[in-house]
Design a binder for this molecule. Structure first.
Ligand SMILES: Cc1ncc(COP(=O)(O)O)c(C=O)c1O
Length: 368
């Protein structure tokens, strides 16, 4: 295996067949790492300053399934933020857990989910002594960060681990421009999708174990259960290359990136109708905010989020990450080029001016 035998003539199309190997001699085994892959995972832990880190070639999805399964026994209870990813619900289903829910605040200015209030976590834990772990998503898809340090202290006071779905925060560690990572703030298990915000291939992620509150042997066992027995060496090499790049050039790359990002945010912040979302820290449970998320609110315009999404795509050939009723979301990363930021700024500025003219002329919104 693999059946293509690294022979390009065996299949139509262009694929990196020459790098697509399996557990051949000298290339270690992800499920029993002793050599290359042990060292590679230790490098991740060293870079992020964690006790140990596990590769996932099935995204944060497998890492979340494994983290929850390791932290809470079958039929147990878990406190989860209601705005968590479906992988969390799948873990609850697979392990027959009893969930208790905690709701994020609503940010009524921007109509996005705010953060999780620590005192709500405390109340839930005090009322439900059966709860065996707490799980929150921080940052959210929209970039809202909760007070992880305070929530971790509360969880530990009640003797339970805190799992943080930081799928969108793998880049936090590499620049002070971003919020601190949950891995530095007392969380026990932290899950990050490398492929979302770092230069790594789709499906790559890591699970960081930052304490001894969850049995490391169980984490390893469940990572083995929820991942393929034939992990892609292309994906694993991509995680390794990403870490190598970050260790060697990360500081400079993030300096350049955050400089352009800040210029872009400043430039876009003057638009009055297509408004760049900038949640107020300290309100609605928003402890901090990831400014690499470029969220454009359409609430002050005649457009819906969906209108804006399609105009940006059809007229400007700019693909947004996500559309919602009242906003669209773009994710900026170190992989972006200056030219891309410029195109986005020009498009938003032009649309903002167009909206200003329409609103001044008294044109009503057709069907927002
Ligand atoms: C908050 C959050 N957690 C987990 C996931 C799952 O991540 P992955 O696609 O790496 O499996 C996602 C994916 O969109 C997400 O947004």
């Amino acid at each position: 295996m693999p059946g293509h035998k690294r022979n390009p003539a065996s299949v139509r199309g262009e694929f990196p067949l020459e790098r697509d190997i399996t557990e051949i001699e000298g290339f270690d085994n992800l499920h029993h790492p002793e050599d290359l892959l042990l060292e590679a995972q230790q490098n991740v832990a060293k870079l992020y300053g964690t006790r140990e880190s596990f590769y996932s070639v099935n995204g944060s999805t497998a890492a979340l399934l494994a983290a929850i399964s390791a932290a809470v026994p079958r039929n147990g209870q878990i406190l989860v933020a209601r705005n968590c990813h479906k992988a969390v619900y799948h873990a609850i289903y697979l392990r027959n857990l009893k969930p208790a829910y905690i709701y994020p605040q609503m940010d009524s200015e921007w109509w996005i989910n705010g953060g999780i209030f620590p005192d709500k976590v405390e109340r839930c834990l005090a009322e439900n002594p059966e709860i065996q772990a707490v799980l929150i998503t921080s940052p959210t898809y929209d970039g809202v960060v909760s007070d992880v340090k305070e929530i971790a202290e509360i969880a530990h006071k009640y003797g339970v681990p805190l799992i943080v779905d930081e799928a969108h925060g793998a880049h936090f560690h590499f620049s002070n421009y971003f919020p601190a990572s949950a891995a530095e703030l007392g969380a026990d298990l932290v899950i990050q999708s490398f492929h979302k915000t770092l230069p790594a291939m789709t499906q790559t992620a890591v699970l960081h174990n930052c304490s001894d509150r969850v049995d490391s042997r169980l984490i390893r066992r469940f990572m083995g259960i929820y991942q393929t027995s034939s992990p892609s060496y292309i994906l694993m090499a991509s995680i390794d290359a990403c870490m190598d790049t970050m260790a060697a050039e990360g500081k400079q790359m993030f300096r350049d990136f955050t400089r352009i990002l800040e210029q872009t945010r400043k430039r876009l912040s003057v638009c009055k109708y297509i408004r760049l979302v900038d949640p107020v820290k300290g309100k609605n449970g928003v402890f901090d905010y990831d400014r690499s998320k470029l969220v454009f609110s359409t609430r002050a315009s005649l457009l819906s989020g969906s209108d804006l999404y399609h105009i940006l795509l059809d007229r400007y050939h700019i693909q947004m990450e996500m559309e919602s009723e009242n906003y669209v979301l773009a994710i900026a990363s170190v992989g972006d080029r200056e030219e891309g930021f410029e195109r986005l700024c020009q498009a938003i500025e032009e649309l903002d001016q167009e909206q200003a003219d329409l609103i001044k002329a008294g044109i009503p919104a057709e069907e927002k």
